[in-house]
Design a protein around this ligand. Structure first.
Ligand SMILES: [Zn+2]
Length: 488
């Protein structure tokens, strides 16, 4: 207080002297003290709003969120073309409710805003409840007691591809996921069975307790045996161990392969006859791939799985299942052969399979996948934009080129022929029929592939649970999604 009085009562003109020096020093100390406190406050505020607040507010059981909801109109979620995927509407009683115009089509990726929010509603909860609109408008709305509008989230999702994938899956269980291999933009995410997010409040008990796990996003959280799609990885390992040379390889398939007491059968016990490496891959011959696997170095194979992020964290901005493989130096011969043909204990999510496929298509470089392209305020002004980022090289460029050639052969001459008849672009990929029942009678149908005539642009991964043959069931679904991208 005394110091304050000294400052206030500071004379206009002060004669030079000791007292003048003292009070200047005091003013200096006070100034620095206030400046320090002010800066400290700014730093903490910055830290809180950037680091802490999104977590605090994204916790959907937080009271702060409902307070924000009561003061703000939750922002919209849009497709890449600007179609409204989620919006807030007012009801007749002056209240508000969340509306999802595309109903079931975007259910898992857009999610819902109640009951422990899911999908983009969850990932961007903080953004949707933050207003970066014009400050004068915000103040005038506040003064008039009107609600401000939260920021809008523009996603990378392509409406035509999403609808094509959703329709193609029909009543089947499973997932479809697609991305741009050069940018990492996620273009569509479908998981079946699905639900209508407009009905989440009314039907919560039924949905959350469904035996089919209706609310589970299988594209990210599903964990499946990869079946023959894994032959991509086995082929890569062979390329690595042989310096890219596959011309010396030949094998006579008689429908099954026996090695050190293990027996591996071809799909439907078909005999493929004499084949080179490309034929073995195109026809998805289990016997030939068991023969290939028997020659591989377990330690190096396990290292390759590590490079492809098996058992490791994925660079993804959303929840996912980690891939699993038990292959190691101590693995038995049977485990090695089973792994080599995609059976055994190996498990992978559709999004991870898509990332490996995308890296092959993109010369071995994996781009970081993302679903939010930019954040806009209610006037359409861009608040922030997601930068395209490389995760890094996960496959040697030469081997990626070798795999692309093999994957094209699958469609031209092999199990993926149903993807051959395209207009203006080419599809390449690998099918899979992954056995999952103990009597080996049931299998999941897989297809993972990319398209683009010279430089691949997009990749699509499809799994149909219990669908049977990948070539017959999964390939036609993938083709419809590719067509939706190229034939707009
Ligand atoms: Zn065979």
């Amino acid at each position: 207080m005394k110091i304050l009085q000294k400052i206030i009562s500071k004379p206009q003109k002060v004669k030079p002297g000791r007292r003048h020096v003292d009070s200047n020093r005091e003013i200096g100390v006070i100034t620095y003290l206030f400046l320090f406190l002010f800066l400290a406050m700014l730093v903490y505020l910055g830290y809180f709003t950037r680091v802490k607040a999104p977590d605090v507010i994204n916790s959907t059981y937080n009271k702060r969120q409902s307070l924000l909801e009561s003061r703000l109109i939750r922002g919209d979620i849009l497709s890449r073309e600007g179609n409204v995927l989620a919006t807030t509407l007012s009801d007749n009683d002056g209240g508000y409710y969340r509306s999802y115009p595309y109903r079931n089509t975007f259910a898992h990726i857009v999610g819902y805003s109640t009951h422990g929010v899911l999908g983009l509603e969850s990932m961007e909860n903080y953004t949707l409840l933050t207003c970066d609109g014009n400050i004068a408008d915000r103040i005038s709305n506040d003064l008039a007691g009107r609600k401000n509008h939260g920021d809008n989230v523009v996603s990378t999702l392509d409406t035509a591809m999403q609808e094509a994938a959703y329709d193609a899956m029909d009543e089947k269980k499973g997932a479809v996921v697609a991305m741009n291999v050069r940018t990492g933009e996620i273009l569509c995410v479908v998981s079946k069975p699905d639900f209508d997010p407009n009905e989440v409040i009314g039907r919560w008990d039924v949905l959350s307790e469904s035996e089919d796990s209706v609310l589970l996003n299988r594209a990210f959280l599903g964990s499946y045996p990869p079946g023959s799609t894994f032959k991509i990885v086995t082929a890569l390992e062979y390329l690595k161990e042989h310096g890219g040379n596959i011309s010396d390889y030949g094998f006579e398939c008689k429908g099954s392969f026996e090695y050190k007491g293990s027996i591996i059968n071809c799909y439907n016990e078909q005999s493929h006859g004499w084949m080179n490496f490309d034929d073995s891959f195109a026809n998805s011959c289990n016997s030939s791939f068991a023969n290939i696997s028997s020659q591989l170095d377990k330690k190096r194979f396990a290292d390759t799985l590590d490079e492809l992020l098996f058992g490791r964290d994925l660079p993804l901005p959303f929840k996912y299942s980690k891939a699993y493989s038990d292959l190691g130096v101590d693995s038995s011969t049977d485990e090695l052969l089973q792994t080599g043909i995609g059976q055994g204990k190996t498990l992978i999510s559709p999004i991870h399979m898509l990332m490996i496929t995308s890296a092959i298509a993109n010369d071995g470089i994996l781009m970081k996948p993302y679903v939010v392209s930019e954040i806009q305020n209610t006037d359409g002004g861009v608040i922030r934009k997601t930068r395209i980022r490389e995760y890094g090289r996960i496959i040697d460029e030469t081997y990626a080129a070798g795999l692309r050639k093999m994957m094209r052969e699958v469609v031209v001459n092999g199990t993926g022929r149903r993807a051959f008849d395209t207009q203006g672009y080419d599809i390449s990929g690998k099918t899979g029929s992954a056995e999952y029942s103990s009597n080996k009678s049931l299998s999941h149908a897989w297809f993972t592939g990319f398209a683009g005539t010279d430089e691949p642009e997009i990749a699509v991964t499809v799994i149909v649970e219990g669908g049977g043959s990948g070539g017959a069931v999964a390939v036609p679904i993938a083709k419809r999604v590719f067509d939706a991208y190229y034939n707009k």
